[in-house]
Write a protein that binds this ligand. Structure first.
Ligand SMILES: [Zn+2]
Length: 329
């Protein structure tokens, strides 16, 4: 922590910080001292001194003094820890991955506390708690993330920009099972599946990221591509660890490039919807993949099923294996 503090103070001198906060001052004599009205207490005659060389302040009016961290503690009413986080944000370009990581950790912790999402996961056939942890599944109850992140020192403005908090200041995700979405091993989005039926699928603004767990799947000579996280989860649970997920039937250009990054066979396993949209998307994707030299097989599930519903309704690994073997080119 001492190192962090030193770096922050080097990056952001006290005088620069005060000026960013619209503190106006005049030189006090010929040295490195500046004087102005105290930002910490009401006054009409300047008694707040800053020594730019020592990076310290002292107010003769209210008697407060110290370094940059002390000033932030007093002016923002934050703890030492919170002040550090606050200053890291002020002095560095904001990294949304950090705040999304915090949000994801918070949601994983909430999953332990509410029975509703655990019942929902069970309904979707997900019982393996090690797998639930591995997929970093969380739960957004709504109404508590904002408070948690603001207490960590994240600004409301940043939370709005990431989309975690709405423009009205409310948690954007509520009563949803949450999956983090990664790109280059950093969280770039959160996918929320409603547990109450309304607006089933939700992402935060921005990219949905890479194919799920691509680093662990890409080494297999053949991969199973599914459209939903619960399809992926039950397949992994049944031992099909070479399954990945595109979070929808429409692949991003980055996801498409990943599937084509070496010769392999892709088993397209999209939903067998009644309107045929899943199978149409699979055909169109198969066409584009073959144009890149990737061989494709179209997995045909029993009518009306997706991999998730197939396993939930009692399907087993042996049967699913036979679908893979029978999949037409
Ligand atoms: Zn003062």
């Amino acid at each position: 922590m001492g190192e962090d503090l030193k770096k922050i103070k080097e990056r952001l001198p006290l005088l620069d910080y005060l000026r960013q906060q619209n503190w106006t001052a005049r030189p006090a004599g010929h040295g490195p001292e500046f004087v102005g009205l105290c930002p910490l207490h009401p006054e009409t005659r300047p008694s707040f001194y800053v020594n730019a060389r020592k990076n310290l302040f002292y107010c003769h009016g209210c008697g407060q003094g110290g370094d940059l961290i002390r000033f932030v503690e007093l002016s923002q009413h934050l703890s030492f820890r919170q002040s550090l986080t606050y200053l890291e944000q002020q002095s560095a370009p904001v990294d949304p991955a950090a705040v999304l990581g915090q949000a994801s950790a918070f949601y994983q912790w909430q999953l332990e506390r509410y029975p509703e999402p655990r019942r929902y996961l069970e309904q979707r056939g997900l019982r393996d708690s090690a797998l639930i942890r591995e997929l970093q599944i969380g739960y957004a109850p709504g109404g508590s993330l904002r408070r948690h992140l603001v207490a960590q020192g994240y600004s409301l403005d940043l939370l709005r920009r990431t989309g975690l908090v709405s423009s009205q200041g409310h948690d954007a995700l509520y009563r949803r099972v949450i999956f983090p979405c990664y790109r280059d091993e950093r969280i770039v989005n959160l996918y929320g599946r409603s547990t109450s039926g309304a607006f089933a699928h939700r992402f935060l603004p921005g990219s949905k990221g890479d194919l799920v767990a691509w680093e662990s799947v890409r080494h297999f000579p053949s991969v199973i591509l599914v459209e939903g996280m619960f399809d992926l989860a039950v397949l992994w649970q049944a031992g099909f660890r070479h399954a990945t997920c595109s979070l929808g039937t429409h692949l991003t250009p980055g996801q498409f490039r990943q599937l084509c990054d070496r010769p392999r066979t892709v088993y397209l396993t999209f939903d067998d919807d009644t309107n045929g949209s899943g199978q149409q998307a699979a055909q169109a994707l198969a066409h584009r993949l073959r144009a890149q030299g990737i061989s494709t097989r179209r997995v045909l599930l029993p009518p009306g099923h997706d991999p998730n519903s197939f396993f939930v309704q009692g399907g087993d690994a042996r049967q699913f294996h036979s679908f893979l073997e029978a999949a037409p080119l």
